[in-house]
Design a binder for this molecule. Sequence first.
Ligand code: NAP
Length: 272
Amino acid sequence: MQLVEANGAKIPAIGLGTWELRGRGCARVVEQALRLGYRHIDTAEMYDNERDVGEGLRASRIARDQVFITTKVWQTHLSPPEFERATKESLARLRLSEVDLLLIHWPNPQVPLAETIGALCKMKKAGFARHVGVSNFTVPLLREAVKLATEPLVTNQIEWHPYLDQSKVREACARNGMGLVAYSPVAKGKVKSDAVLSRIGRSYRKSPAQICLRWLVQQNVAAIPRTSRIERLSENIDIFDFELAGEEMDQIFQLVSPRGRMTDFGFAPKWD
Ligand SMILES: NC(=O)c1ccc[n+]([C@@H]2O[C@H](COP(=O)([O-])OP(=O)(O)OC[C@H]3O[C@@H](n4cnc5c(N)ncnc54)[C@H](OP(=O)(O)O)[C@@H]3O)[C@@H](O)[C@H]2O)c1
């Protein structure tokens, strides 16, 4: 598995997204993914599945230190006491003593960023997280967060796929040694009917989703596609045996669209 190295963290380039997976089905998908070679699982307090993710991890019998687990603290828990309580509750649900990566899920303008970043760094110092980072941070917020942090921020987890231009955030991350983790990396399934990705895929005998994921990891970005289907678990990780040519990478960059964002979260910050 290719790794994305960022400020001391080694993040497996393909991880399993788990949003909307719950209960026994979620545990089964996590277990199966780990058996198929996934070593990175993405969950969050808000997904209401940390218990199931922990169960899947234990059922897989893969050693804990071989798996990179990310969780995130929700927007309404960003004041320092709430942040600490939420982190401890996530760990209790996962039945883990620490996660590999703890993220602020979404910024919250109601809580001073200095306080939240302080709480995030405190969780790392206390041994609850090996690494810390942010998610859904715009360029100005990222700049502020980096200035405030006393521990290295290793990633900004953001929506990214060929229909969205994330070059500014990418550059801001790179300037600070941070890696990107792409969420909704197959544009919520939309890529499967994309003509350009299908055409490129034909010469490699790969699906449009595989071409899309390859395009991301070839840029040294980690991607966390979610699937509830076992056959797609294998498909989404089978992208390390070919390389896209420079002109194919460029053709995929041209798919960008001004209305490319897949999810309009009502509480999202103003993107720049
Ligand atoms: N930080 C944040 O704010 C944030 C926001 C959104 C998501 N995330 C994280 O990122 C993960 C992924 O994002 P996402 O769930 O929004 O979207 P996604 O992974 O881009 O898309 C998931 C959808 O695509 C389908 N799919 C998956 N693999 C496919 C393939 N090879 N071919 C065709 N269709 C495929 C799945 O359907 P089937 O189940 O039928 O395969 C599912 O409906 C989430 O699960 C979550 O962990 C984070």
